[in-house]
Design a protein around this ligand. Structure first.
Ligand SMILES: NC(=O)c1ccc[n+]([C@@H]2O[C@H](COP(=O)([O-])OP(=O)(O)OC[C@H]3O[C@@H](n4cnc5c(N)ncnc54)[C@H](O)[C@@H]3O)[C@@H](O)[C@H]2O)c1
Length: 278
């Protein structure tokens, strides 16, 4: 492939994807609203751009075959704060991809698109949307946008409903963890699978306690290698009894299922910022 674009390249997940993506194309164009992302890898160039600007997305996506769309406001917040980067940003990426004739969008969706399902229900990739927040609603919007651009305009998309791609430091993560290595495999399969149409797959490692079912996305060949069970003894020993009536423990969305709409879900989550630097 000649050119792949990565949005959200300055972010934590983007920082782990940049180098492997350079191996899949002649030129990786990394983009973010941030001023810079450190030293580029061989084969990588950086373009600063705002997802909320269609002109910016048209400029960045020109000549590309695929876009790996990871840029977003990554938390629950007031609708107005999410509107530009997450809702309009998704439209701009798909619309620019369509106008430039790209083949595929690989999109960082989220478990929060279906976060209100109880965790006692193992959900498949085809359950109806059940967002837990405005943030999750934006992921639903982008998934529906992706389906519509596939059905009406033939633009493929793979929607990675990532559960939690961060260090395992709480009981929920024993089921929801996606390791960085498995994230890289998932994105790679989403790119190198010859035909994907519109697809949804959960971004989760091979955890004994994974609460979701990827069997309908088996054709992608994603076979995660890591298992959060190696952290179970230590994490459970440090966990106080949990309130089973708390949606933050009961639902797939975790703390996002419990917060008031518009209030931060990350505030209580102690996500460790271990992004890779160059
Ligand atoms: N980290 C997780 O566990 C997780 C779980 C589910 C989904 N996701 C999704 O994965 C993606 C990456 O998440 P992350 O954890 O790396 O988050 P992050 O906040 O570290 O990265 C997001 C990046 O998007 C950029 N961005 C924000 N607004 C922008 C705009 N208007 N224009 C251009 N760029 C903009 C930010 O500058 C940031 O670098 C997001 O789409 C997120 O919703 C992450």
């Amino acid at each position: 492939m000649k050119k792949i674009v990565l949005t959200g390249a300055a972010g934590r997940l983007g920082s782990y994807l940049r180098e492997p993506l350079t191996k899949l194309c002649d030129t990786l164009v990394s983009t973010d609203i941030a001023e810079d992302i450190g030293t580029p890898y061989p084969g990588e160039t950086y373009m600063q751009a705002d997802l909320a600007s269609l002109d910016d997305m048209l400029r960045v996506l020109e000549g590309a075959e695929m876009v790996v769309h990871f840029g977003a406001f990554v938390d629950e917040g007031p609708f107005e704060e999410l509107l530009g980067p997450n809702f309009i940003g998704a439209y701009n990426v798909w619309e620019a991809a369509h106008r430039h004739g790209l083949r595929r969008v690989v999109y960082a969706s989220s478990i929060h698109a279906v976060g209100m399902y109880p965790k006692t229900e193992c959900i498949g990739t085809d359950v109806p949307h059940r967002p837990d927040t405005f943030y999750g609603l934006a992921k639903c919007f982008a998934e529906d946008l992706g389906r519509m651009y596939w059905e009406k305009r033939g633009l493929e998309s793979v929607h990675l409903r990532i559960l939690s791609c961060a260090q395992v430091n709480n009981a929920r993560a024993l089921g929801s963890w996606l390791s960085y290595d498995d994230l890289i495999q998932l994105v790679t399969r989403s790119i190198d699978t010859p035909v994907t149409g519109f697809s949804v797959v959960y971004g989760v490692s091979n955890n004994d306690r994974a609460p979701v079912d990827n069997s309908k996305a088996a054709f992608l060949g994603y076979r995660p290698k890591d298992n959060a069970e190696v952290f179970a003894e230590q994490v459970l020993a440090a966990t106080d009894p949990l309130d089973p009536q708390d949606p933050g423990h009961m639902c797939h969305g975790g703390p996002f299922a419990a917060v008031e709409l518009g209030n931060s879900g990350l505030a209580t989550m102690n996500v460790i910022d271990d992004r890779k630097t160059t």
